[in-house]
Design a protein around this ligand. Sequence first.
Ligand SMILES: Nc1ncnc2c1ncn2[C@@H]1O[C@H](COP(=O)(O)OP(=O)(O)OP(=O)(O)O)[C@@H](O)[C@H]1O
Ligand SMILES: [Mg+2]
Length: 395
Amino acid sequence: MISEIKNLIRSAINPISGKPESEECRVKDVFEAEGDIVIKYDREGLSPSQKRVFEDNILCAIKDKVPEDKISFSSVSKDSGDVYKSLKSSGKSPDNEAPKSNEAPKSNENATLNVGHGKPAPKKGIPNVKKVIAVASGKGGVGKSTVSVNLALSLKKLNKKVGLLDADIYGPSLPILLGKRGEKPKANDKKKIIPLEAHGLKFMSFGLFIKEGEPVIWRGPMLGGVLNQFLFDVDWGELDYLIIDLPPGTGDVQLSMIQSVSVDGSIIVSTPQDVALLDAVKGFNMFTQVKTPVLGMIENMSYFICSDCGASHDIFGNGGVKAEVEKLETNLLGQVPLDIKVRLGSDKGEPYMAFNFNEEDEISKSYMAIAKNVDKILFESKENKKGFFGKLFGK
Ligand SMILES: Nc1ncnc2c1ncn2[C@@H]1O[C@H](COP(=O)(O)OP(=O)(O)OP(=O)(O)O)[C@@H](O)[C@H]1O
Ligand SMILES: [Mg+2]
């Protein structure tokens, strides 16, 4: 049994380094203790979130052989010796380590079970980042990533310092949209990841760590570990805004993110047709349920202006998002027309607002209006903000 487990661990590929354990040799011992399988490994040079990813990866590799609640990790380092951690008793974060004691805790309180999504760790802000915005949608392909990039560039035109985080771990697209395919991020001397820069924006994406076309087969907790690293182990420097481009829907990544970082406001992107709107409402409800303010909705591919006749065509219908926004009592942050130049620019890594900006055209006008709306909502006076958020949660 132990030798089978060791073999499985040896072939597990650490998603951070991309190397199999047989090359990394972090695992020092695997043994049985009190009915548990204990995996002893060297934690030297790993940040807390990297440790989480490392452990999750091993769990994933051996979970068919050993039930998760029978696996424990013991991390060792040169300085501090062994830290024994039982998944059963202390939760998974080594930073929550509580010394083992044979004495039963004395308390008059009734025991309670943490069910559902578990008890979230306290949310953290990102040092030197003033506002965190999440761009979400219920449905895929409505233009979240395109909106995230062009909104970031528009905020930059308002002289803001902006960073972009691609949280779409299963389908990262920012390296392509920003023209940085195949580039690899470096670490600084404090072991923080240095974000790449494109068109004056700092950005980070999981796509920079994997080969294009390689599937990502990860469980929820592993996603959480990587996201945490992107939020807190990247040297973002001073930013007015960090914009997080989320994957579509209301799944693990969204919840992990909301639970670990204080999001100042989310933006829901939708196209005007009914199917997209139905899902957009789900996205809206998810954020309000977890008490994350929704800044408003953006209607993307709102209408199409024919370059030949100059007429405006409502390809995906008309007024859908506006009507929904009124029902939900939120804001319509703006409407972005459908334009082939947006798509072509994205495909070439030359985003519209960096290469085609022109104060007179409809796309530029709509993106600048959205950026000003967002900036006004997030940086307006405390008094007004109270009123604004009061309206959001006052229902
Ligand atoms: N306003 C627009 N005009 C023309 N094309 C657009 C517009 N907005 C987005 N697109 C195009 O639509 C496609 C989908 O956009 P994008 O990848 O941004 O969507 P997404 O919501 O992030 O998708 P996913 O859910 O897969 O992450 C892309 O080809 C993009 O170039
Ligand atoms: Mg996307």
